[in-house]
Design a binder for this molecule. Sequence first.
Ligand code: ZN
Length: 173
Amino acid sequence: MSGSLNSMYQQLILEHAKHPNGKTELTENLPHDASSYQKNPTCGDEVTLWLTSKLDDAGELVICEIHWDGQGCSISQASLSVMTELLEGKRFSQADEISEVFLELMNSKGKGIAPEAEDELGDAAAFVGVSVFPARIKCALLGWSALKDATLKSKSNNAATVKATAGSISDHC
Ligand code: ZN
């Protein structure tokens, strides 16, 4: 990776950490149909994530909104921000695919992945430099683990419950 690309990516990560998408401190009465708490003990990063979802016309679950509150290093916070930006409005199945691509990037040991796969990641592609540092990969994956957990919980709700919730949160989606 060229030095200038590397510093551009670092800048992008710092920007997201400074102005994170989806971060809220108004966690009381936050509408959600699933939530997840995750901790990365190695670094001390913590997050609680709230997910609202709905069924689209094809009967597929869609991520409406992701809200989260957390603390930790810039990488963990920026990764949550990037993920929120990238996955809101996506079907669960699409979000799973993109999460797999991000995981592949994190396992690339700094080499990166195929350009067309990287395109799917938006700003999340900036985390390629993190994949060189095994200890920091857990920081980058914290939010993605929380979302995965929340979508699994949401899926395990029965369809009737999901439909009822979808009606009441449709304004947010
Ligand atoms: Zn961290």
